[in-house]
Design a protein around this ligand. Structure first.
Ligand code: UD1
Length: 431
């Protein structure tokens, strides 16, 4: 099993390039199932979630050509089955998008109950409610979801909860339905807008993505024959922003949309870091111990839950007492025990982390409990004195392309290793 080994503290300095957004890519790929044609997608992050998604599409009959590590051409003219591979779909959260897309394309699909990071109960009742309102019958049995519709007809769907996944999924099922679908109380995340832009580029008629109400007018078919570039990853960019501030570094983070990063920038500025915005880059620097604040995770444009572990890791090194309230997921503080082993002073009460800032972390052997928590532990390792070893890094590789390589490029002492011998070699090299 591969691990990351890090020695710190090292200020990050230099320039880093952000990839396309994971959460947009893994929705856009299933969305290609709605196209009876060929299209090209670039700025795709080369991460394991994208690879799993491509394998699921290939098993359904899609032909994928990798033009470069970040660009594919995908031919979805010949979809041969309505049974998605159960082993892959049940390991992978975003496999739920195959349901919306295949309902639109074939009127039927069977997938495994979606897996993904364990952040507590993650029901998909809002997705199912939407499909049913458009005329589908959905059954969940023995870890499988079966959805079928003789005909999908546009309808009004009100989301009881603001859900990124359900908003995108209902949009997918409505693109080829007859008539108009409206989604009220829709999620407004940048990747919701990106999926709508992708579908519109391919011939769909979707308006209002990025607002509370999305209106989808069904079209006969999507034509393909176009190239689409995935939006830059808000969370990868945010992770590097926090890493730059936490290490008292100075990093220019390129290929970003600064507007998507506002909630993060505002908090970093509030606690004393410097954030400069350019057209498609942000520069984050800090040269002193940062201050405390209160943060509550909220749907976009609020502070993203996917940045909660990273910012908490920084606040745990700042002055005074901070609080971080998690309002989206019920179990997103699993990294706290690991950070505590590195010296943090954090108490979790219900959905609030009460953080008393300490002056330093010390390196330790820790486990990445999920994707973003894993990224937070990498930030802790960069700041900690001594050696940190992070196990279970496959979580991190689900969402960050060449994370260790990018960090080395801005001065971090970090390496991916596969056994204890290599850890010892790293320790000898850096000592
Ligand atoms: C997506 C992202 C994830 C991010 C999250 C919130 C993907 C693959 N994952 O997850 O990285 O952390 O958005 O920005 O894009 N809920 C229900 N019923 C539903 C759907 C959701 O109760 O049918 C609840 C969830 O349990 C959660 C909240 O709604 O408490 C928001 O979840 P949602 O926005 O759907 O998150 P995901 O799409 O799973």
């Amino acid at each position: 099993m591969e691990k990351l080994v890090i020695t710190g503290p090292t200020p990050l300095k230099g320039e880093v390039e952000i990839n396309g957004a994971k959460n947009a890519a893994i929705a856009i790929l299933p969305a290609t199932l709605l196209i009876d044609g060929v299209c090209t997608i670039n700025n795709l992050p080369n991460i394991s979630d994208v690879q799993i998604c491509c394998t699921i599409l290939e098993k359904l009959g899609a032909k994928i050509t990798w033009n470069t590590p970040n660009e594919i051409t995908i031919d979805t003219r010949n979809i041969i089955t309505t049974q998605a591979p159960l082993d892959l779909t049940s390991k992978f959260r975003a496999s739920y998008y195959v349901i919306g897309a295949m309902l639109g394309r074939k009127g039927e699909i069977e997938v495994g109950m979606p897996g993904g990071c364990n952040l507590g109960a993650r029901p998909i009742d809002q997705h199912i409610k939407g499909f049913e309102q458009l005329g589908a019958t959905v059954t969940v049995e023995k870890g499988k979801i079966h959805a079928k519709a003789d005909k999908l007809v546009g309808s009004s769907v009100y989301m009881d909860i603001v859900s990124v996944g359900a908003t995108i999924n209902i949009m997918l099922s409505a693109v080829l339905a007859k008539g108009v679908t409206t989604i009220d109380n829709a999620a407004k995340e940048p990747h919701v807008v990106d999926v709508a832009n992708f579908l519109n580029t391919m011939g769909a008629d979707i308006r209002g993505a990025g607002t509370d109400v999305i209106k989808i007018t069904g079209v006969e078919k999507l034509h393909g024959n176009a190239t689409y570039s995935v939006v830059p990853d808000q969370i990868e960019a945010g992770t590097f922003m926090v890493a730059a501030a936490a290490t008292h570094g100075d990093v220019l983070i390129k290929n970003v949309i600064p507007k998507h990063l506002e909630a993060i920038s505002v908090k970093l500025i509030e606690i004393g870091a410097t954030v400069e915005e350019y057209d498609d880059a942000v520069r984050v620097s800090s040269d002193h111990r940062l201050g405390h604040t209160q943060i509550k995770t909220l749907p976009y444009p609020g502070f993203p839950t996917d940045m909660q572990p990273q910012i908490a890791t920084l606040l745990a090194l700042s002055t005074g007492t901070s609080t971080v309230t998690e309002s989206i997921f019920e179990n997103r503080f699993k990294y706290v025990d690991e950070l505590t082993r590195m010296g943090a002073n954090i108490k979790v009460e219900s959905n609030i982390a009460i953080i008393n800032g300490v002056t330093r972390y010390t390196g330790a052997r820790v486990n990445a409990p999920d994707l973003r928590a894993g990224a937070a532990l990498v930030i802790a390792g960069l700041v900690a004195e001594g050696i940190t070893v992070i196990d279970d890094i496959y979580f991190i590789e689900r969402g960050y392309e060449e994370f260790d390589q990018k960090l080395r490029g801005i001065g971090a002492q970090i390496e991916k290793v596969s056994d204890e011998k290599e850890i010892q070699k790293f320790i000898l090299k850096v000592s």
